[in-house]
Ligand binder design. Structure first.
Ligand code: XLS
Ligand code: NI
Ligand code: NI
Length: 436
């Protein structure tokens, strides 16, 4: 029985279409800057929000209608859900998906039982991947929902819990490899603290470094070659998450000798919670060669938490795409919609509206960014702004040929620095609006 009988494959109909179940901008085969939109964007659907989200919030119970889901914790229900998920992704033309171990299969009474449940569901995931050609962008282990992880997983004060988390990641790596996953994600979950009076921060971070090295070693042992990704987030659930932003993560990876194997998975709503823009986080990771993948969503201006809304703001998607084009794209990463429909959008069809909107916003952002780059004004302005570094004293400084003495005598002879030029921020903001 079809889960979405009223929907057929979503087609590109062009910007003039008024059909809400069609793409107006996402045209998978359209070529932009020498690559198809499909290959630029590598869209991915998340299993947790889209197929496990109930719509519950701290004030009330779930609202979602999911007729294919009997709400039970059985393996059969989990397998039926997989079929519904793949029907959805196939109709949406999404080439990738992502999951946590515990989203796809029910947790059992013991780890052994959980692993058996996982294997039973993985059989169906594999079958559906083969049937549809949809691929796994990344797998990850849920190391935060079960109460045992109350103090964290790799950074817990309880060594047994560290061991449990390691065992869970071991299994999830094996499954991710078996399903051909192109990446493996670590989002910090409860790796952080609520209070420094009860926390040995140094010891916890050393354990986190150890945990990642164990994962690297095991991946090597089993031949899993996907990229490891850390997903920065500054707070929630803990008040201070160790992986707070791109800079903190990169510093951690350097300090623990992990930069070769790891990159970052940058999420919009996490960037803004950290007090940064998504563009800032992407550019920072990109310039360090650490841009791996993105979790595409958006927060709400008036709500201060990780609301994980679908991105529809063209300014945002154009900024994101400008940076992705600058660094040559995301592959083997992708644009993963770590986003959920609102509690009030409880019908199955709302899942289509949400994803279509996000995909169109990114496709349009891609086209806008490509036009900005083709227009060349922005790049020319930035080049000109730094022209003093291309010759003369600037070039000498950059080449390491000027020390303090030399710079002093240069300025003593000159008397005063050359005059500054306007940054033209407002003019450039107007320029961007011209393209949007
Ligand atoms: C939570 C994170 C989470 C990761 C996967 O805020 O975004 O969903 O993407 O564990
Ligand atoms: Ni998030
Ligand atoms: Ni995320």
């Amino acid at each position: 029985m079809a889960a979405f009988p009223e929907v057929s494959k979503i087609q590109y109909e062009g910007p003039k279409s008024r059909n809400p179940l069609a793409f107006r901008w996402y045209n998978p085969d359209e070529v932009v800057e020498g690559k198809t939109m499909r290959d630029h964007l590598r869209f991915s659907v998340v299993y947790w929000h889209t197929f496990r989200g109930t719509g519950s919030d701290p004030f009330g119970a779930g609202t979602m209608q999911r007729p294919w889901d009997d709400q039970s914790n059985s393996v059969e229900n989990a397998q039926r859900r997989v079929r519904a998920a793949f029907e959805f992704m196939e109709k949406l033309q999404a080439p990738f998906y992502a999951f946590h171990d515990r989203d796809v299969a029910p947790e059992g009474q013991t780890l052994a039982e959980s692993n058996r449940n996982f294997d039973e569901v993985v059989k169906v995931l594999k079958e559906e991947q083969q049937r549809t050609g949809i691929k796994l962008l990344w797998g990850t282990a849920n190391l935060f929902s079960n109460p045992r992880y109350m103090h964290g997983a790799a950074t817990t004060c309880n060594a047994d819990v560290f061991a449990y988390a390691a065992a869970q990641v071991k299994k999830c790596l094996e499954v991710t490899k078996e399903l051909g996953g192109e990446n493996y994600v670590f989002w910090g979950g409860r790796e952080g603290y609520q209070n420094l009076f009860n926390t040995d921060m140094k010891r916890e971070l050393d354990h986190l470094g150890r945990f990642f090295h164990l994962a690297v070693d095991y991946a090597k042992e089993i031949g899993f070659h996907g990229t490891f990704l850390i997903e920065p987030k500054p707070k929630e659930p803990t008040k201070h998450q160790y992986d707070s932003d791109a800079a903190a993560c990169i510093n951690f990876l350097r300090a623990y000798g992990l930069t070769e194997r790891f990159k970052l998975n940058i999420e919009t709503n996490h960037a803004t919670l950290a007090g940064h823009t998504m563009m800032h986080e992407l550019d920072y990771a990109g310039m360090q060669g650490m841009l791996g993948s993105i979790d595409a969503n958006t927060g709400d201006l008036l709500l201060g938490w990780d609301t994980d809304q679908f991105p529809t703001n063209l300014y945002l998607t154009a900024e994101v795409m400008l940076i992705l084009l600058k660094y040559g794209g995301l592959a083997p990463g992708g644009v993963n919609f770590d986003a959920k429909v609102r509690r009030e959008s409880f019908e199955p069809i709302d899942l289509f509206h949400a994803h279509i909107g996000g995909m169109d916003a990114f496709a349009r952002g891609l086209k806008i960014a490509a036009e900005i780059r083709a227009g060349g004004e922005l790049a020319a302005f930035v080049k000109q702004r730094y022209a003093s570094w291309d010759a003369g004293i600037g070039a000498e400084i950059e080449a390491g040929k000027a020390d303090f003495r030399k710079l002093e005598s240069y300025i003593l002879a000159k008397g005063e620095a050359a005059p500054n030029h306007s940054g033209r921020q407002e003019m450039l903001e107007n320029l961007i609006n011209y393209y949007i």
